[in-house]
Design a protein around this ligand. Structure first.
Ligand code: ATP
Ligand code: MG
Length: 211
């Protein structure tokens, strides 16, 4: 954390982790839905630095991803962007982040970690998963009316292995992805209405994703 950062203490917060390369309405709608459902004080957007599972693609400079996340969240008073992960050296593990957040916000804070369905399917491969599951609640975003068999199985598996219930929430905008947005830019196709206008301006101004 930067020494100039003001640190606010929250007792009910969620973490929305992601590469946000770029951030889009799928992330924002999901975060807001979770905030509303669990009546949270804040959702911390946490751009990651070197996600171990994304080593095959070079992510855009963390500085750009951080600024796009700030631009995208600026109009929502419940949203905040954290630099915890981009400023930590070495490989990023969620368990370290939650541990750090616990230190800041206290043992009595309720912390929810938001993930898309794709991420929850992989969660058992994450670093120190048992400790992680014991440290916070997980919320998986699913598509309305679609509770995939694979996902159901995974939630069952987590429950029987670790005795841990994972919450799920339906969000309407699950089809949007950063990969699709990057491909659209490369192919000169429109990205309007998939992400905030300010983020689109930032992308164009800095020539991001054109090749
Ligand atoms: P990429 O295509 O580069 O993987 P992405 O769109 O999946 O990008 P990430 O930054 O990888 O975005 O995702 C961060 C988190 O947001 C993950 O938990 C992911 O599952 C979730 N997520 C991504 N897209 C959506 C969406 N449209 N709706 C809800 N959650 C999403
Ligand atoms: Mg992804």
């Amino acid at each position: 954390m930067d020494k100039n950062d003001r640190v606010n203490i929250y007792k009910r917060l969620a973490v929305m982790g992601g590469t946000f390369d770029p951030i889009h309405y799928g992330h924002l709608v999901t975060a807001e839905a979770v905030r509303d459902k669990f009546q949270l004080e804040k959702v911390l957007f946490m751009p990651t630095k070197n996600p171990p599972h994304k080593m095959n693609r070079l992510t855009t400079d963390a500085y750009h991803r951080y600024l796009m996340t700030v631009l995208a969240t600026i109009t929502n008073p419940y949203f905040e962007v954290s630099r915890l992960e981009i400023e930590r050296s070495g490989i990023t593990y969620t368990v370290d982040t939650i541990r750090e957040l616990r230190k800041i916000h206290g043992d009595d804070a309720e912390i929810y970690f938001i993930t898309g369905a794709d991420a929850i399917l992989e969660i058992l491969t994450w670093h120190n998963v048992e400790e992680l599951l014991g440290m916070c609640q997980f919320v998986a975003a699913t598509r309305p009316g679609f509770y995939g068999y694979e996902m159901e199985q995974k939630l069952e598996e987590i429950k029987s292995k670790y005795g841990k219930e994972i919450y799920s929430i339906e969000v309407p905008s699950l089809a949007i992805s950063s990969t699709d947005i990057r491909n659209r830019i490369k192919n000169n196709k429109t990205i309007r209405y998939l992400l905030p206008e300010s983020v689109e301006h930032y992308i164009r101004k800095n020539g991001l994703y054109v090749k």
